[in-house]
Structures are given as C-alpha cells and as structure tokens.
Design a protein around this ligand. Structure first.
Ligand code: RB5
Length: 143
C-alpha cells in the first residue's frame, strides 16, 4: 500500500498521480487534502510519514508547492527518509543509495508527465542493499 498526500500547492499534481496509480492498479491510501483550499502542509506530511513509519503503508508520496516544506515535515518522523526529487536520476539514486521511503515533489516545480516518470522510477527501483549504504543510513538515525 502506498500513502499519498498533498497540500493545496500539490493538489492538482496529486490528481494526476492518482490517475496514474489507478491505471497501473497500484493500491494507495489518500491522506488528503481533498480540495484545492489552503491547508497546512505539516499536518499532511506527518500523517503520511506516520503511516509509512508504523508500517501501515510501504512507501509514500508527498506533494506541496515546492515539495520542500512537506518533505522537511515528513523527515522529522523517526524512520522516514523523504527525498525531494525533480528528476528521474535522483529518484533512482535515492532508492538505490538512501532506501528513501517517501518521494516528495513540487506541484509548482514539475509537470505531470515528468512527475509520473519520477513516481514510476521511485516505485520500481529497489534499494541496492550495499553495506556502505546500509552503514550510512543507520548513521542517519543515530543521535
Ligand atoms: C503553500 O503556499 C506553499 O508554501 C507550500 O505548498 C510549500 O511549497 C511549502 O514548502
């Protein structure tokens, strides 16, 4: 199960991504928002982050205007590695190297065509599992 959420800045892009997920028969849980009216991105970012951190959902997608605020909020939740991506190279690398569990994008930054390619890359790239990457990821959680 994939968790997806947005604020008003990512609302339109979320509709496009949901269309794509439905076409591909990818199960998802939508954490809102449900209208283009203004909402506070930390509320949605943390709701999706908690769903991923507690195992309810395997991965998440978060969208706000830039993708910045909502990824910062999600990354405050223990166990979350939210990666802000605007290109497929970064989406692939963050799965391979960081085992990112949330993809964040900016609805005012990337168009829908590129965004679905980024989603596809993120969802279909496994973590490399290499020791050096495991070590570095575990260092993120220390402190
Ligand atoms: C909302 O206007 C905007 O600040 C938000 O979508 C996001 O870009 C924050 O980082």
């Amino acid at each position: 199960m994939l968790a997806i959420g947005c604020d008003h800045g990512g609302f339109e892009l979320k509709q496009e991504i949901i269309k794509y997920l439905a076409e591909k028969n990818i199960p998802y849980k939508d954490f809102g928002c449900d209208t283009p009216e203004a909402v506070d991105y930390p509320v949605i970012g943390k709701a999706v982050a908690h769903a991923v951190a507690n195992g309810e959902c395997e991965k998440g997608i978060l969208l706000c205007g830039t993708g910045i605020g909502i990824s910062i909020a999600a990354n405050k939740v223990k166990g979350i590695r939210a990666a802000l991506c605007s290109d497929c190279f970064s989406a692939e690398a963050t799965r391979l190297h960081n085992d990112a569990n949330i993809l964040a994008m900016g609805g005012r930054v990337v168009g829908p065509g590129l965004a679905v390619k980024i989603v596809d890359t993120f969802l279909n790239t496994p973590f490399s599992g290499e020791e050096r990457h495991r070590r570095r990821i575990s260092m993120i959680e220390e402190e």
